[in-house]
Design a protein around this ligand. Structure first.
Ligand code: HAM
Length: 424
């Protein structure tokens, strides 16, 4: 051995990690978001975190930062180009096409959750591995479905107790509206003094220039023609119906005709939720319609709409608003045995109680009464139970409420304890 000291490993730069006790908040936020999707009839789709690179270059679009700068792309052992998913929609469409999901009952309503990967410059709320809950509703170009998707997000935020967020919406219209606008926008852009790279981006998708953060480009774009003014009759009607339906169910929104989403597949209704206490990375979720995506990936010409919600940022928003319940995943019962025989009895007891759905744990190691009580305190359990020689001899015990200190007499058996714990 060379005697060199192995340096401590650290997680890769810019990833988000969750471990107890904070991971309980993360889990709670994710589960509330998923619950709301399930309530609206969405079903789980579980997909690989890596795909053929082309799924994203074709699906998400080459003019986007996501594809041009932020993908984790590598060659696998078979020489295939593989990319860690930067977003969920393109992969879901790949799976819908591959497994013919769009050939059955429509709409196909799917939800997913898991890690996503973008090689962005890390900062508060912006990570290289982050987590989303997403939904996709595939099959109809109905304003009602647009509003359902938006309202699932809104309902989820409300369920988490969030108040300080705003919804921005716009419409990118149908292909003929976009074509008419594109002609005028390209003409407008050709009159601007722009660098090569910006012009190249504009050539793929001129709307990208509305998203440019540089002051000089912002100023130059102030008078650019807006797509919202180019919507044809059908697109206009669709967008007006969406607004009416949103009002009808009491969802406040702001129309933002300059909003550009970071992915190229969008058409028609698009939206973003911003949280007011998060600073620069304030987007807690966004989505929209993507009517050409499936056909561009080799599928039928089927319309779809969905969203991605950023779990990491929503957790930060909940922390900023202090909206999460104080107690999460609380342990119901902590058993503290103080003799060898007590240990065996405790182990049997918690095994039985767990079968009946009681969350319980026990003190391990040889700690004596004091140490065992300390462990009970630290466990955050609602009730504590000591098992020593007396309890075993008499078959009676005392459940102790860890918050009030109140004692409740019980038999030392699972059935009576279940009743006393209110779990029967
Ligand atoms: P997106 O706007 O790129 O959309 O991402 C959705 C959400 O993911 C963002 O609003 C944000 O909360 C979170 N997010 C994105 N990047 C990061 C990051 N680097 N660190 C932390 N959070 C981040 C999509 O991904 C689309 N697939 C949404 C969609 C589904 N559109 C239609 N269907």
């Amino acid at each position: 051995m060379g005697g060199e000291v192995l340096s401590k490993f650290q997680a890769p730069k810019g990833v988000s990690e969750y471990y107890p006790p904070n991971s309980q908040q993360f889990e709670y936020v994710r589960d509330q978001l998923l619950r709301t999707a399930r309530l609206a009839g969405y079903k789980l789709i579980e997909l690989p975190v890596f795909e053929d690179t082309e799924v994203f270059t074709r699906g998400v679009g080459e003019s986007t930062d996501v594809v041009s700068k932020e993908m984790y792309t590598f060659e696998d052992r078979g020489g295939r180009s593989i990319t860690l998913r930067p977003e969920g929609t393109a992969g879901v469409m790949r799976a819908v096409i591959e497994h013919n999901l769009d050939k059955g009952q429509l709409p196909v309503k799917l939800f997913y959750t898991g890690p996503f990967f973008r090689a962005e410059r890390p900062q508060a709320g912006r990570y290289r591995q982050f987590y989303q809950v997403g939904i996709e509703a595939i099959g109809f170009n109905d304003p009602e479905i647009d509003v359902e998707v938006i309202s699932v997000a809104q309902t989820a935020f409300k369920a988490l107790g969030l108040k300080k967020f705003k919804l921005n919406i716009t419409s990118l219209g149908d292909s003929s509206s976009r074509e008419n606008h594109r002609k005028d926008l390209v003409k407008f852009i050709s009159g601007l003094k722009l660098d090569e790279a910006t012009l190249a981006r504009a050539q793929i998708n001129p709307l990208r220039l509305f998203d440019d953060k540089r002051e000089e480009v912002k100023a130059a774009m102030a008078k650019a023609p807006l797509l919202l003014d180019y919507l044809n009759k059908e697109s206009k009607q669709h967008f007006e119906t969406v607004q009416g339906l949103l009002k009808n169910i009491g969802i406040d929104f702001q129309i933002n005709p300059r909003m550009v989403r970071g992915l190229d597949y969008y058409t028609g209704t698009t939206f973003e939720f911003d949280h007011q206490m998060l600073g620069a990375q304030s987007g807690i979720g966004g989505g929209g319609r993507y009517d050409g995506l499936m056909s561009s990936l080799g599928g039928a010409d089927v319309s779809g709409i969905g969203f991605g919600l950023g779990i990491d940022r929503i957790l930060l928003a909940c922390q900023a608003e202090n909206s999460l319940p104080a107690e999460l995943n609380e342990i119901d019962l902590f058993v503290a045995p103080i003799t060898e025989a007590g240990k065996a009895a405790a182990f049997k007891l918690i095994s039985e109680l767990r079968l009946s759905g009681v969350t319980c744990d026990m003190a391990y190691g040889d700690r004596g009464l004091k140490g065992a009580m300390k462990a009970a305190d630290r466990s955050g359990a609602k009730y504590g139970l000591v098992i020593g020689d007396d309890e075993l001899a008499t078959g009676n015990c005392q459940l102790k409420s860890m918050s009030s200190g109140q004692l409740i007499s019980s038999n030392l058996d699972a059935s009576d304890l279940l009743e006393k714990l209110g779990k029967k």
